[in-house]
Ligand binder design. Structure first.
Ligand code: PMP
Length: 359
């Protein structure tokens, strides 16, 4: 039985995609072998990879002067790869800090060069609010500005793209494909796959070609964007099964009406959950309303001693993995593309029942 899985990642994948993978597991395209048992250089697999590239380009309207790279090492792999590829010798970068993941990205980049950081979230009367400064080129000779539009742990989503004189690098691990974006505003977008794309380990990079013209630091070949681009993401053996699932997810997204339809659906799901939390005395959310994540809805019980009872009753109702990240506590409902509307309705109904039972 499939339950509603609210895990932040690896997250639930569309049931249709999983069912297709199951049906094709032993015999892909009538070849008598699994897709994971085939050469990545076979014409069949190369066709799959090209299809994934084309579908992604269509879904996100990626301009022709951007490379699409499928790489190894998830989100954190890209924390390092971004710095190694873009910082260059004596290069400096500016990192905006909005929560756990942007902080971790800056720490990793500092291993490779100079990093300045600006905190963009401030507490106003116990509420987390956005304090996005305006930037000007005189502030520094930065190779790029890095930020994380969706902070998975903190439940914070920054919907405005910073107005930056330097190329923007965005960690979209937990919001990629959740609504339309204007790729041309970014120098580079990256994402670990395990939320809206497919299995963990795979990472996606969308990078403007001219960003790769400057010389980079010495680094392992498999982390090198230039080598990866020249070899169409097949310098070495790519994570083929993960790529196969990603290709299926992209096809599924197109069938759903693409990212515009997904964006509307995701907004509706998030609004329903936040509307319920807003009118409740039993649950609270400390994030300003214009900064609340549509993907990771964090909330706390007014009486935290009820946390474990809440989680065990939820699990018994088929509502899984609602525990907040260990660093912040509380609850977190991750409602990525694959979470159906019924999952959110079931969660709200349970939360209401649980709250009323305590009164
Ligand atoms: N960035 C963000 C926004 C994330 O949510 C995560 C993982 N939850 C990461 C980076 C790290 O990804 P990985 O575990 O694949 O290294």
């Amino acid at each position: 039985m499939r339950v509603f899985n609210f895990c932040a990642g690896p997250a639930m994948l569309p049931t249709e995609v999983m069912a297709q993978a199951q049906a094709e597991l032993l015999d892909w395209q009538g070849q008598g072998v699994s897709v994971m048992e085939m050469s990545h250089r076979s014409p069949e697999f190369i066709a799959l990879a090209k299809g994934a590239d084309a579908d992604l380009r269509e879904l996100l309207t990626i301009p022709d002067d951007y490379h699409v790279l499928f790489m190894h090492g998830g989100g954190r792999g890209q924390f390092a790869a971004v710095a190694m590829n873009l910082l260059g010798d004596n290069g400096k970068a500016l990192y905006l800090r909005s929560g756990s993941w942007s902080k971790a990205a800056a720490e990793e980049a500092r291993r490779f060069g100079e990093v300045d950081e600006i905190e963009v979230i401030e507490e106003r009367d116990g509420t987390k609010a956005l304090n996005m400064p305006s930037f000007s080129a005189e502030q520094g000779d930065y190779r790029y500005l890095h930020y994380c539009p969706n902070e998975t742990v903190d439940g914070i989503e920054i919907s405005e793209v910073p107005d930056s004189p330097w190329p923007i690098v965005a960690d979209m691990s937990s919001c990629i494909l959740s609504r339309p974006i204007d790729v041309s505003k970014y120098g580079l977008i990256y994402a670990g796959a395990q939320k809206n794309i497919g299995p963990s380990g795979l990472s996606l990079v969308i990078v403007k070609r001219d960003l790769l013209e400057l010389p980079s630091l010495p680094m392992p070949s498999i982390m090198d964007y230039r080598i990866t681009a020249e070899n169409e993401s097949m310098f070495n053996t790519p994570p083929t099964y993960a790529l196969y699932i990603a290709a299926s997810v992209f096809a599924w997204l197109k069938k759903q009406g693409g990212v515009a339809a997904m964006g509307e659906r995701n907004q509706r799901k998030a609004d329903e959950l936040y509307d319920y939390i807003n009118q409740s005395d039993f649950y609270k959310n400390p994030v300003a309303s214009n900064l609340r994540s549509r993907m990771n809805v964090t909330f706390q019980l007014a009486d935290e001693s009820l946390n474990s009872e809440f989680l065990s009753q939820a699990k018994a109702r088929g509502l899984l993995a609602l525990k907040g990240h260990r660093s912040v506590g509380g609850m977190r409902a991750s409602i990525y593309n694959a979470m159906p509307h019924q999952g959110v309705l079931a969660l709200v109904a349970f939360m209401d029942e649980f709250a009323k039972a305590q009164q």
